[in-house]
Design a protein around this ligand. Structure first.
Ligand code: AKG
Ligand code: FE2
Length: 313
């Protein structure tokens, strides 16, 4: 689709040679924070996931989604919204499974032993390698943001309490007379998210002026996005990106979203608060916020910013 928008996400090179250099680290950090403040997201070009790994991971997702629904629904979690999603009338094209702690052997094993009781070493190894790379990318971005705002003294304690959820997702093509809105407009409830896709575009971002624009991605593109928790943490310096998925092209489209959550309290550092910038959100327990958001009566309300309802000042 040709779009006539003026909006375009920044594309920032995160290749090892580049960000490994002290001189380009600082320039990259500035680009990251400017992009996050403008759109709540940017595209990272990241060569730590090779094209071979990229193909392997999406090949293995096809196998996963081909399992019978009776197996996929066994993907459950005590954490709210961490399990299987499919057959939802609001998003009929969408199906997804959640892998808690995908960057640890235990986390990925807990998932594979439910999906393939006889084991699936190749899925386990591919996903673990992939998830570790994505976490590495997120931690670089996190470090840049904390540094740029002069609050890096809090970074180590945050790193200790971050946990990750990977959602693997499949969008089928719409049937005739069916809407092509494959995932409704939302902000992520995470601290940050990273989205990676196979073959087909579909992700759209809402700019601050309200215009929607699509994002053209390559196999080495990773969309790094601000979630609601970093918005609260930064006292709205960075606001979470409203986004949705439209199925323009033939599907199925596969994507992987990785979400970071704070296993504990998210609190705005005092450095972000002054007379001109009063505190916007009370400190909150991240997982409890998810529990609040996931209550059917709250989901039904379709709040523009559920976090504001939960703990806005
Ligand atoms: O599939 C995508 O491109 C985005 C998915 C998404 O927004 C989400 O899982 O929160
Ligand atoms: Fe999202």
């Amino acid at each position: 689709m040709v779009s006539s928008t003026n909006h375009k996400l920044a594309v920032i090179n995160f290749s090892k040679e580049k960000v490994g250099l002290e001189s380009s680290w600082a320039a990259t950090r500035d680009e990251v924070v400017a992009a996050m403040e403008e759109y709540g997201c940017f595209v990272a070009l990241y060569d730590n996931v090779s094209s071979q790994l990229h193909e392997e991971i999406f090949e293995s997702l096809k196998q996963l989604f081909d399992l019978p629904t009776s197996t996929k629904v066994l993907n459950k979690s005590v954490k709210p919204l961490f399990g299987y999603v499919g057959g939802i009338p609001l998003v009929p094209l969408y199906e997804s499974l959640g892998i808690d702690n995908p960057n640890t052997l235990e986390g990925i094993q807990n998932f594979t032993k439910v999906m393939w009781p006889e084991g699936n070493d190749s899925f386990r190894e591919t996903l673990l390698t992939y998830a570790k790379s994505q976490v590495e990318l997120e931690q670089m971005v996190m470090q840049m943001i904390f540094e740029k705002y002069g609050v890096e003294k809090y970074l180590e304690s945050y790193k200790k309490v971050f946990s990750y959820l990977t959602r693997v997702q499949k969008y089928r093509s719409p049937k005739e007379n069916e809407s092509n809105l494959a995932f409704v407009s939302h902000t992520d409830k995470s601290f940050m998210s990273i989205v990676h896709q196979h073959q087909y575009n579909g992700l759209e971002i809402r700019a601050k002026d309200g215009e929607w624009f699509n994002v053209d991605l390559t196999p080495s593109s990773f969309v790094v996005m601000a979630g609601d928790a970093i918005m609260a943490w930064s006292n709205n310096k960075i606001t979470s990106a409203h986004h949705r998925v439209i199925m323009e092209e033939k599907g199925p489209r596969f994507s992987i979203a990785q979400f970071s959550f704070v296993e504990g309290i998210v609190e705005t550092p005092e450095e972000f608060i002054d007379e001109e910038h009063p505190l916007q959100y009370k400190s909150f327990d991240h997982i409890e916020f998810l529990r609040f958001y996931a209550k059917p009566e709250n989901l039904k309300q379709k709040h523009e910013l559920p976090l504001k309802v939960y703990c806005g000042v």
